[in-house]
Design a protein. Structure first.
Length: 296
């Protein structure tokens, strides 16, 4: 299957509507009962300030993968869960900018459990299962343009977090300036800059097609809540031990499958089902962007 085929489905995934409210941070009540098995944990405090250990990004992900494999899910007929979790973690490793803080695997109590039938679409019976939940932080873009920072200070533009391209959360300079005013001796200078982050609490919904008595994982799609925040760095901090101020933004939900995006998602799954060997992992991180927008 060509790269063009894969690019087409990635483009479709990026265009899915995210507006509908059908969302669950944990598996729904109609899913099989499950155990939550934490296979990696080195979580920061809720405000994200507490320092983590010195593990590298890849070491964190590898420890989580080792934890998944230690569950020996394949040996008890739950290999479809292991497959999806390892694929998700491999995607984190490939991105390189994900700091994994925690990773939990959902293991059904009934070992004979299987993915839940979702729909027949494009000639394929499509199944789904919630496989994992995690916490990770990603660094997006550093904004140090004096022109943009100047417009921001004048209230002409806002810094917005977007899902793909549509702003969902905006940060006005009036909010930032009120935070930078304490302590009062901090002043803003040309050359100050802002670093943008997103702390993400994803749940992975894995999609499968049935092949004989087994299930092939073809698509993994995260949904969950995103907590964006920025760090405003001073070129000339008045206190060397206080080089930046933390500025939080409102959280936002990246939705699960719902009436608005259902057909698009099922179309992606059925398309991938016809392409053996190709699997797509869609993380929330790849749709989170920060950009300057015209102030309202």
């Amino acid at each position: 299957m060509t790269k063009k085929f894969l690019s087409m489905f990635l483009a479709l995934a990026m265009c899915l509507s995210l507006a509908a409210p059908a969302f669950a941070e944990t598996p729904a009540n109609d899913e099989p009962e499950y155990d939550e098995v934490v296979v990696f944990s080195d979580a920061a405090s809720e405000d994200g300030i507490q320092l983590l250990s010195d593990l590298s990004n890849n070491e964190r992900i590898q420890q989580a993968k080792d934890g998944v494999l230690a569950l020996e899910l394949d040996e008890i007929g739950l290999g479809y869960i292991e497959e999806a979790c390892l694929a998700e973690l491999d995607e984190y490793a490939q991105k390189g900018n994900i700091v994994l803080e925690e990773y939990t695997v959902f293991v059904p109590k009934a070992r004979a459990s299987q993915p839940v039938f979702l729909a027949t679409y494009g000639g394929y019976d499509i199944y789904s299962y919630f496989t994992s939940r995690g916490i990770y932080t990603t660094t997006k873009t550093m904004y140090d343009s004096d022109t943009d920072m100047g417009k921001w200070r004048k209230g002409l533009i806002d810094l917005a977090m977007c899902f793909v391209s549509s702003p969902v959360v905006s940060l006005q300079w009036t909010v930032v300036s009120s935070i930078l005013g304490a302590p009062s001796d901090h002043q803003t200078y040309v050359g100050d800059w802002v670093e943008c982050y997103a702390r993400i609490y994803p749940t992975n919904r894995a999609f499968y097609v049935k092949e004989g008595d087994s299930f092939r994982n073809v698509y993994n799609r995260e949904f969950g809540r995103v907590y964006p925040y920025t760090e405003y760095y001073y070129q000339n901090p008045s206190d060397a031990s206080h080089p930046f101020d933390l500025v939080t933004m409102d959280s936002e939900v990246y939705s699960d499958i719902n009436d608005s995006n259902r057909d698009a998602i099922l179309g992606i799954v059925s398309g991938l089902a016809s392409a053996p060997g190709i699997k797509v992992n869609h993380t929330i991180e790849q749709d989170v962007l920060f950009k300057w927008v015209t102030a309202k």
